[in-house]
Ligand binder design. Sequence first.
Ligand code: PMP
Length: 400
Amino acid sequence: MNREDFSILDQKVYGKALVYLDNAATTQKPNVVIDTLSKYYLEQNSNIHRGVHYLSSSATAEFENARRSVQTFINATSDCEIIFTRGTTESINLVSSSFGKTFIKEGDEIIISEMEHHSNIVPWQFVCNERDANLKVLKFNEKGEISVKEFTKMLTNKTKIVAITHISNSLGTINPIKDIIDIAHKHNVLVLIDGAQAVAHCKVDVQELDCDFYCFSGHKMYAPMGVGVLYGKKNILEEMHPYQGGGEMIKEVTFEKTTYNELPFKFEAGTPSVGDVLGLQRAIEYMRNIGLDNIAQHEHKLMEFTLAELRKIEGVRIIGEASQRAGVISFLIGDIHPYDLGVLLDRQGVAVRTGHHCTQPVMEHFGIPGTVRVSFAMYNTIDEIKIFINAVKKAKEMLS
Ligand code: PMP
């Protein structure tokens, strides 16, 4: 793939070539995305939607064009179903808060899974506390897989919404979200998908999935930090209470009564991060040029090679052995603390993540303090994996 498009990768840390394997935390940005940001601030910067002057109207046109790019990227029916947020966390908080206010009442049930990121747990706890509703947790098995049968059993006539991750950021599991959505819908239950780890790694078609909400972050898909997306079905968004109050989300304000703007503006109070949105659009174009299928295939090869090589190292324990899995691999070696391993890998130029990865219940399930996690992006190579594996062997020797 076009590794040379990512200048940041071409550097040494501690005198060693950088091997960046922390892509589930954030991906690097291709130079064209950085150029887009730079061009925006050098030539186009202006507040959007309310201006009559040239810069404002052209920035507005570009911003709305970016919305249409996102719409096409995930195959939403209408651009009014694309709401720009700060990221997955804000997208989920928006839904939990607004959906909660509008639809959740005492005794209702919300289902999440045991492998959720904290940002798909805590916002639902807020709602449950506020509305006296109940949070139910779908457990996973020792391989890190959830059971659709178990899920079906959990649904009752009080269940209002299911919030589940597409791909687990600590186990790498790809969840059977299509089955979950179909079954939930048969019970008139809505489904929110946390797509933070999915959109840059596989094709997502929200119409085919038929999910009610799909949330993702720009910075995990080669776009700038500070921008994300909430996709929501128009009819549901229309019924939902606004999230934040402020400029842009209103139609008319008097001290007695305020009426709200139409979608998607009703959910976009205040000045958005216009440059970041344009950067997101450029990142989408970049990924589409390479092809999501090509990216997925490449990352699958990296994942299989890494798993095979890691398994050859004595004492390695892979945390998360789902049969359907993505390019996120968590592991431990013997009783070596993940942090110690991470630091020694870093000294050899290899960037990995250590800790609980904002999924403390997953760590509790396995009775471990954390894991070492490697995660791939389109620019990683087999040669880098070989460097990583050698670095693991060296670190293991030093720590044993
Ligand atoms: N969900 C998952 C599965 C994630 O991996 C992450 C980021 N680690 C988030 C949610 C939160 O994303 P952000 O911090 O970009 O809002």
